[in-house]
Structures are given as structure tokens and as C-alpha cells.
Design a protein around this ligand. Structure first.
Ligand SMILES: O=C[C@H](O)COP(=O)(O)O
Length: 223
């Protein structure tokens, strides 16, 4: 499992890198909105510094038309660094932009994926990552795991270098199910990340072990 953080909260990212196998960070305009009225370029550069230059930072374009998307992509690469994966929603304008930007060698994360056909088209145009929206598909009565599994099979069958970075999670079961379906990466918001190893049963087990030890030995550590 390759874990990516779907947040722009710098304090949380600083904390997560101390105990989680963080492979990167994804953002989009809605995630950046949660961070408030920040200097976005400054924040993105700070995030890259915290995760390390060799980890992937995915930054989404804002413009909706082809020319604007290509311009946004260049602006993001200039403002942050040329390794950034530019996130582009998969619609007609987005696919046109992916085609142009891949010809320039730009790393692309195809996002806003609700269907197999979106994923397969973006992969065929050379997108580096595909971001199927798990919870949003479930809300629409689409089985995201069947989509991921089928796309994963097609990518393997065609020896594609494109990888799946499943997104849009509301709980841990969705995360593990997406991985079981074939996603190589999962990008998870801090609301769900915070629950990974924080539950009352884990804390109770730790407390019980500690109580059993101190009942016999007059100290709270091994030595
Ligand atoms: O970048 C895409 C997000 O992972 C979508 O997540 P959301 O459905 O919680 O907005």
C-alpha cells in the first residue's frame, strides 16, 4: 500500500510523516479552501519540503477550459517544481490538456474519475496516475471496487505504466477495499487518516498490557 495524504494541513502533514509511510500529498481547490486564505504557492512548497523532494506532490488545475488548464499546469510547475503531478479532471477539455501536457513530458494525475471509460482514456493518453473517486461513486450506486478491479486488469494486460491512486474516502473500509481491488496508491484525507490507529480497542489493549506489567513489576517500562 502506498499512502498519500489528501490534505493541505501542514501541521498534520508534519505529524503524519513522523509515523506513517507517506508517499506523497494530493490537493485540490476544495482541500486548499479548508486551509483558509493562505499563500497557496508558499504552502505547496512547504508541503514538498516536509515530505521530501523525492515524494510526489499532486496539484490540481483550477481553469475549466483547455487553454486555461494548460496555462495553469505551466504556472504550477513554475511556482512549485517540475516534478509536480498536475491533477486534471477527465472531461473533454481535460483530456485535450492531458494530451498536450504529456507530449511536453509533464507528470499527470487524471482526476474526477467516476467510470471505467474515463480511466481507460486517460491511461491511453499516458496519464501517470488515475484517481477514481470511491465514496462519490458509492453515493451514485456505482461499484468503485469493480471499476478499480477492471481498470487494474486492463492496465496490467496492456503493460501500462499508469497507476491507480484511489481517492474520495469516508472510512477505513473503503480504503482497504480499494487496495484489495487493485489500487496501488490511496489518497486519504486527515479525517480518515486520524482514525487509522486511534480506536478505543487498541488503547484498551495497550492499557491492559501496561496494567498487567506494573501489577508485578514496580515500573512502567521494560528496564
Ligand atoms: O481529490 C479528490 C478527493 O479525494 C475527493 O474527495 P471528496 O469526495 O471527499 O471530495
Amino acid at each position: 500500500m502506498k499512502l498519500v495524504l489528501d490534505t493541505a494541513n501542514l501541521d498534520k502533514i508534519k505529524d503524519y510523516v513522523t509515523y506513517l509511510p507517506v508517499e506523497g500529498v494530493t490537493t485540490n481547490p476544495s482541500i486548499l479552501k479548508k486551509a483558509g486564505d493562505i499563500d497557496v504557492v508558499e504552502r505547496l512548497n512547504a508541503i514538498q519540503e516536509v515530505i521530501g523532494a523525492n515524494k510526489d506532490l499532486h496539484v490540481q488545475v483550477v481553469a475549466k477550459d483547455y487553454e486555461g488548464i494548460v496555462k495553469d499546469a505551466h504556472a504550477i510547475l513554475d511556482a512549485v517544481n517540475d516534478r509536480v503531478c498536475v491533477k486534471i479532471p477527465v472531461n473533454k477539455e481535460g483530456l485535450r490538456a492531458i494530451k498536450t501536457l504529456k507530449a511536453e513530458g509533464v507528470r499527470i494525475t487524471a482526476t474526477g474519475i467516476y467510470s471505467k471509460i474515463q480511466a481507460l482514456l486517460a491511461a491511453e493518453l499516458g496519464a501517470d496516475f488515475l484517481a477514481p473517486y470511491v465514496n462519490r461513486m458509492l453515493n451514485l450506486d456505482t461499484d468503485p471496487y469493480e471499476v478499480i478491479s477492471s481498470v487494474s486488469y486492463q492496465l496490467a494486460r496492456t503493460n501500462s505504466d499508469t497507476e491507480i491512486i484511489a481517492a474520495s474516502f469516508k472510512n477505513i473500509n473503503q480504503v482497504t477495499s480499494a487496495l484489495e481491488a487493485g489500487a496501488q496508491y490511496i489518497t486519504v484525507g486527515d479525517d480518515v487518516v486520524d482514525k487509522f490507529v486511534e480506536n478505543a480497542n487498541i488503547q484498551k489493549a495497550v492499557s491492559d498490557f501496561s496494567a498487567d506489567w506494573t501489577a508485578v513489576h514496580d515500573r512502567e517500562s521494560f528496564v
